[in-house]
Design a protein around this ligand. Sequence first.
Ligand code: SAM
Length: 294
Amino acid sequence: MTRSSSRHVVRPELTARRADRHDLYQRSVQLPEQEIRFLEKVFGAHTGRRPLHLREDFCGTALLCAQWAKSRRDRTAIGLDIDGPTLDWGRAHNLPAIGAAAARVDLLEHDVLVPTRRKVEVIGAYNYSYQVFHERELLRRYFRAAHRSLTDDGLFVLDALGGFEATCARVERRRVAGGWTYIWEQERYDAVNAGFLCHISFEFRDGTALRRCFTYDWRHYSLSELRDVLLDAGFASVDAYWEGADASGRGGSGVFRRVTRAENEPVWNAYLVARKGPPLPGSRDAARRPASSA
Ligand SMILES: C[S@@+](CC[C@H](N)C(=O)[O-])C[C@H]1O[C@@H](n2cnc3c(N)ncnc32)[C@H](O)[C@@H]1O
């Protein structure tokens, strides 16, 4: 076989100059298959149906919207973000990759504080983005807007992080298979107001780096605070799902189980699932729950 007919493609080594920060971000931190599996599990348990209509809040490049629409021909997705250039990146890269399914994705430059008119069955807000709201009242307004945008049996799913190493100044480095190092930097954690300043950087094998190419000025919220604000905003109930450890005991397994108590760990990840209305009579979820907890 001649070199030109070989199927083996040699990719040039990734360097800071060649890299695209959105592509690196997606491949370092996003897990759309895991989010879809989880949404199917909790919505199926709640209603007995497969969820079809998703809104992704703080969608950024809308990778989840794209994978959702591609996963079934009858699925639609709306993505909301206030950053036009980031949405444009998603339109240019993630939508062409899913072919005809792209027609079922709407990406809107839209503040999540404003409800959308079209109601959806599930709203997902990932990578802790709601922590951009430093005032509890703003967070409540956001949750209220999400509540109003859901169908009567809709679910609102958010992820949360915590643990004693997640709420202090520290740096975490992780090698990613594509040939770079992902760096999560917690620059400052304020014990009085829970102000949490974090950055993402990437380093390459040739010694070049993209430093602090994403910055997050957040307020860290605990699971119990989030639950209280969700209930204040009108949700009927809120469940916590805790991620088990992987086989090594050092990382997350990607499997989340419903819990009512959990021991604090150095760093943990959880989902909160807020229900707009009670489980429908006859649903798998209604059958599992005592009537008083509906
Ligand atoms: C951490 S990124 C999340 C990207 C992606 N959803 C993920 O799971 O990795 C946060 C995004 O939230 C957007 N954002 C911040 N405030 C917003 C608001 N009030 N309404 C809509 N989007 C907002 C930012 O523009 C940014 O793209």
